[in-house]
Design a binder for this molecule. Structure first.
Ligand SMILES: [Zn+2]
Length: 175
């Protein structure tokens, strides 16, 4: 299946369902001193959108990639200093060694960041697999929100202006 978010063809993913419709105006009722306002919808249908586990995982762990990059920077700086400090104390540092270390630094950081990010991708996919295995409501809701974002413009072109995740849809009262 092809992921609608990143266009990758992969079996690691799932279809997320959302519902769409048209808002048909509001009405108000008075109960004592309370005024309730209701929005009325006409449901148009539902859609399924396939999104891969990596795209979903990135939504849940958007922050930790940044933290890991900072950790990579810190650890490479520590390695740096561990090499530089003894060199300085021994007074054997010359321009060639110094520039070699300085040039090697960015390479080391790039390797570390790449390593951490590749580990992150596997971690994220596994996270989504575990969520799917436990029938996670957070996964189906977040997936539906993404599905809405991906299809919204097309459906708005057809006149639909109301979009619901499965939980929102189940909370609608029916007449
Ligand atoms: Zn994807």
């Amino acid at each position: 299946m092809r992921c609608e978010k990143c266009n990758t063809v992969t079996p690691d993913g799932q279809s997320f369902t959302f519902h769409y419709g048209k808002s048909m105006g509001t009405s108000q009722t008075l109960q004592g001193t309370w005024r309730f306002e209701y929005t009325h919808f006409r449901i148009g249908g539902s859609a399924e959108v396939y999104i891969c586990d990596l795209c979903m995982g990135r939504l849940f762990r958007g922050f930790s990639a940044l933290i890991l990059i900072i950790l990579a920077w810190l650890s490479s700086t520590i390695i740096f200093l561990a090499i530089l400090i003894p060199l300085l104390q021994l007074n054997v540092i010359d321009v060639d060694i110094g520039s070699g270390i300085i040039l090697g630094g960015p390479v080391l950081v790039a390797v570390l960041v790449d390593y951490y990010l590749s580990r992150q991708d596997e971690y994220k996919k596994n996270l989504v697999r575990r969520m799917r295995a436990s029938n996670s409501r957070r996964l189906s809701e977040t997936g539906a929100e993404q599905a809405i974002l991906l299809r919204r413009a097309g459906l708005e072109g057809e006149g639909y202006n109301a979009f619901f995740t499965p939980a929102q849809y189940n909370n609608l009262s029916r007449k």
